[in-house]
Design a protein around this ligand. Sequence first.
Ligand SMILES: Cc1ncc(COP(=O)(O)O)c(C=O)c1O
Length: 395
Amino acid sequence: MSDPVPAPFLPLSVPNVGGNEGRYVEDCLSSGWLSAAGEYVGRFEAAVCELTGARHAVACASGTAALHVALLTAGVGPGDSVIVPTVTFIASANAVRYCGAEPVLIGCDDRLGLDPDALEDYLERAWDASSRRVVDTATGRLVKAMMPVHVFGDPCDMERLLAIARRHELAVVEDATESIGSTYTVGSLAGRATGTLGLSGALSFNGNKIITTGGGGMLVTDDDDVAWRARYLFHQAKDDPVRYVHGAVGFNYAMSNVTAAIGVAQMEQLQGFIETKRRNRARYSEGLAGVPGLTFVGPPGGTDPNCWFYSVLVEPAEFGMDRESLMTRLAEAGIQTRPLWLPIHMQPPYAGCTVVGPERAVWYWERVLNLPCSSSLRPDDVDRVVGAIRSLARR
Ligand SMILES: Cc1ncc(COP(=O)(O)O)c(C=O)c1O
């Protein structure tokens, strides 16, 4: 008897590059247009405008670069503060620090987005009616902007967040790095895409996103000045490219033509990826229904999300083990899963920041587990993960 064949490794999320990526990259190589001046950059930007309805899309090196420059163009600078959810990837907070500003960290609601109740409470206390400004009482810093994050592709409660921002005269920069293709279906935002609702929004095309260029980002905005200034800053703030005159401290944040060529090919496939992800989310949800101590996190009502990531909540007493143990046992079965990020207020660089209502964020951080979600995931892969989880659950 030979040894049983081990089940193949099932990764959390891998790129899906089965379209025109190779052909378009080859086109760049044979044309000699490798840098940002090539035509694929404009084609990629046009495709993102068409998808999102944004007036401008400006390509750049990463989602982090897009967030950094989005904040600068919103007027954020040294001495300021920016509202950031504590449930997010660290790049959201880092972008604030790059501007010399400090994040004010707010807890999450049950869709893992910026909690409007905690935010409203904080702003009521920090609002100075006479100067019509928000001043963080702990630090004396002026709160200039807020950065809602559409966590795992699920649109956050922008209708309320936008109303709160308007009342407190805050600029809104959306971290839509995970949510390209996600829209709202009801209310005043029906039909609108995440990333296009505030002053500007940031998209990411890093390796684990629903579409990827290996690394890349885009700033989307309807504001002509923001778009112009972002492009200027992404490209070293060149006033005279021949005589090397630079009117500001810019950045080497441009996207190359080769990167954009991959992006154009990925955009051609995005709708197909979203459909697969929706089907797989539904299959997971059905397959895991009724498992004691396990809740599959459903899409938020009133939205049509891109279904980038799939999360479950593990309640240790009822499930029979905690999230960490489940992650370890699934890894032993060749299935890669990941927890929620350590909340930002618990990250060493941000330990001293103002934090408001973080309890629910900590509760989710202890329980969330993200399941394999590649757009190339097959129904039998989903069934394998479901079977493995069911076999580990307390009966
Ligand atoms: C919520 C969030 N914000 C910001 C980023 C930063 O994007 P990038 O990796 O393209 O710099 C990411 C992705 O990595 C993210 O998931």
